[in-house]
Design a protein around this ligand. Structure first.
Ligand code: FPP
Length: 240
């Protein structure tokens, strides 16, 4: 683990045209601490967090990824104060409204994982519209909303059982991520070293990277650097 100062100049994988990673997921942590360090309300940290998301999606172009998955709201985040939950939901509304045209223009296909259908009806309607407008994009942006991996696995297992087949393959086929590429790299920002109920099944053979950078400070250069790190790792999937 270490802080990742944004590098100047192109990183190795940008020069050689690809890290080999197709699917990266990020636990975007540290908005609150970013704000606290500056004596600002947590809501400002979340606003800056959204700006970091926007910056990253805009910077995806040269990174050769097929899918970026972001943990935006966990099923445990409801435990936060009502004000903070409201802030996060309002940021979501604003983000979809302001950035949807850009997704469409840039060929970004939005995906949502988690129990998003139980969010507020206006958000569900906005998301349904956004999914329809971005269907068939070439780069997938999967946003985890009201997401908890244990619940996702339980739901998938129940569906597999209903089909009469409880095997790893049958369960995997029912996960929210079933039509996304296999997860290659899972990144968590802010120095915390845990998965917080994110993509537990999908992380079985993913590489992991924990960085000290707080989410609002995270830039496309940090992702490029993470991909360089990934490109140097040797993946054995249990073999030798
Ligand atoms: C963790 O910071 C972050 C979250 C709980 C939510 C992440 C949300 C965003 C980046 C904004 C919304 C995203 C979209 C796509 C609109 P924290 O509050 O846990 O920080 P702390 O651990 O420092 O308190």
């Amino acid at each position: 683990m270490g802080d990742m100062p944004a590098q100047s100049g192109e990183s190795a994988h940008l020069q050689d045209g690809g890290s080999g990673a197709r699917h990266v997921a990020i636990i975007m942590d540290g908005n609150g601490r970013w704000a606290k360090k500056r004596g600002l309300p947590r809501s400002v940290g979340h606003q800056r967090g959204v700006e970091a998301v926007r910056r990253l999606v805009r910077g995806l172009g040269p990174l050769n990824l097929d899918c970026l998955t972001l943990y935006a709201f966990s099923s445990e985040n409801w435990k936060r104060s009502e004000d903070e939950v409201d802030d996060l939901m309002n940021l979501m509304r604003k983000f979809i409204k302001s950035d949807l045209p850009e997704f469409v223009a840039n060929d970004v296909e939005l995906r949502i994982i988690g129990d998003w259908q139980s969010l507020a009806p206006d958000i569900v309607a906005m998301l349904e519209d956004a999914l329809a407008q971005t269907a068939n994009g070439t780069k997938k942006l999967a946003v985890a909303l009201n997401y908890g991996a244990q619940h996702e696995i339980a739901r998938a297992a129940a569906k597999a059982a209903a089909n009469g087949e409880i095997t790893a393959e049958a369960i995997e086929a029912q996960l929210d991520t079933s039509d996304l590429p296999p997860l290659d790299l899972l990144i968590r920002t802010s120095g915390e070293i845990r998965l917080s109920n994110f993509l537990l099944w999908q992380a079985a053979y993913a590489e992991m990277l924990f960085v000290d950078t707080l989410w609002p400070d995270f830039k496309p250069e940090h992702l490029a650097q993470a991909l360089d790190d990934f490109a140097r790792r040797e993946r054995r999937y249990g073999g030798r």
